[in-house]
Design a binder for this molecule. Structure first.
Ligand code: GTP
Ligand code: MG
Length: 366
């Protein structure tokens, strides 16, 4: 499949987001359709599809860690990205929260894509603890808003992503490698044919109201690799970042010609048994050239109902607006009336404007 034909577009936003998108592109190889957007002109690389955000406002010097500047910059210029959207049916955004552009511009990009009827999935890292309070605050301040604007979001805490081993000096580089590796596997799952296919349309449907998700990948080889994969998935810190109930699960298995039916069964049963959810989807990719002898598993857990409760209709994804989970009283956490455009009150990663019984997933059984 060549670039123009692919219905999926990868967009790297902000300086670290651009580095992640490049990492995915390098790992995936030809046929990957991608674009990069930043307020910093220095991020541009010769021959790469680059969109400079906030040209007049920021003169190509970056948002300087200011979310509002990043957001305003994108608001005025995000339409420039339309030149990359011909035939795009699903956009995957990779970004790093903590600076001004990753947070601010991602929010505007997801909103813009939604207005165009293009669903978006956001993979966003959140800062290392050692980066300090300002960056943590920057990150927390936009998470709920991005979640509201995009169809599905994965927030990946850098602390958990690479653990606390290794040198601090190369922590960022390793983190980018891990995120890029995970997103590349996700990409292959959709774009490379497998026995149980996950194509863009099926994914669009699945992600329509997916909401906040958890994402992990593992790669194993050797005897007992299926058991090892299940065990590592179950121990994954990335899947333990939240304890909210799982509404739907997607499990992807990528392997070479030696993938056994019994291995597929073991992994599917293991993941289904560990995380449950109303719906469980399985996809496999057979790619001998890339995975010979190895086996990779991608697991996505979603906390909002996809097709389980309240039946999301396939066409509704065209609105680009994901359905928020509803409590028993039918009150959604999105503000209404005079609160419609109010900024959420975030405390310890929780949106306090959302009624407690919804935040805590309690059913009032009325
Ligand atoms: N991999 C990698 N990650 C980085 C690097 N610098 C920062 N990060 C991570 O990315 C987050 C956002 O930083 P940047 O990407 O520099 O910020 P930005 O989105 O470009 O925003 P502004 O620079 O303020 O316009 C940080 O809080 C870090 O967690 C880097 O050099 N490499
Ligand atoms: Mg920057």
């Amino acid at each position: 499949m060549n670039r123009e034909e692919s219905p999926m577009l990868l967009i790297g936003i902000g300086t670290a987001g651009a580095a992640m998108a490049r990492g995915v592109r390098r790992a995936f190889g030809d046929g990957m359709r991608y674009a990069v957007a930043d307020t910093d002109a220095e991020t541009a690389v010769e021959g790469e599809p680059f969109t400079l955000l906030g040209g007049d406002r920021l003169s190509g010097r970056g948002a300087g860690g200011d979310i509002v500047a990043g957001r305003l910059a994108a608001e005025g210029s995000i339409k420039v990205i339309d030149e990359h959207l011909e035939g795009v049916r699903l956009a995957v955004i990779v970004t790093a929260l903590g600076g001004g552009t990753g947070g601010g511009a991602t929010l505007e990009a997801a909103k813009h894509l939604g207005e165009l009827g293009i669903p978006s999935v956001v993979f966003a890292t959140t800062p290392f603890t050692f980066e300090g309070d300002d960056r943590q605050r920057n990150s927390r301040g936009v998470m709920t808003m991005i979640e509201d604007a995009a169809n599905a979001t994965f927030f990946l805490p850098l602390d958990k992503l690479i653990g606390d081993t290794g040198n601090m000096s190369d922590a960022m580089r390793r983190a980018i490698d891990v995120v890029s590796g995970g997103v590349t596997l996700f990409w292959r799952l959709v774009e490379r044919p497998g026995y149980i296919r996950l194509d863009t349309e099926r994914l669009r449907h699945m992600l329509a109201g997916a909401g906040r998700g958890r994402f992990a990948t593992v790669t194993v080889q050797g005897p007992g690799r299926a058991d090892a994969a299940v065990e590592r998935i179950m121990r994954s810190e990335m899947l333990a970042v939240s304890s909210a109930p799982v509404r739907s699960t997607l499990c992807g298995i990528l392997a070479g010609d030696d993938l056994l039916l019994s291995e597929v069964g073991k992994i599917a049963d293991g993941v289904r048994g560990a995380f449950g959810g109303h719906t469980f989807d399985l996809a496999t990719v057979n790619d001998e050239a890339t995975f010979s002898g190895r086996l990779s598993v991608v697991v996505m857990l979603f906390e909002a109902g996809v097709r389980g409760e309240g039946e999301e209709k396939p066409g509704s994804v065209m609105s680009g607006h994901r359905r928020r989970p509803k409590g028993a009283l039918g009150i959604g956490p999105t503000g209404r009336g005079r609160f419609k455009n109010a900024e959420p009150t975030i405390w310890r990663d929780e949106d306090l404007d959302v009624p407690t019984f919804i935040r805590k997933n309690l059913s009032l059984d009325l």
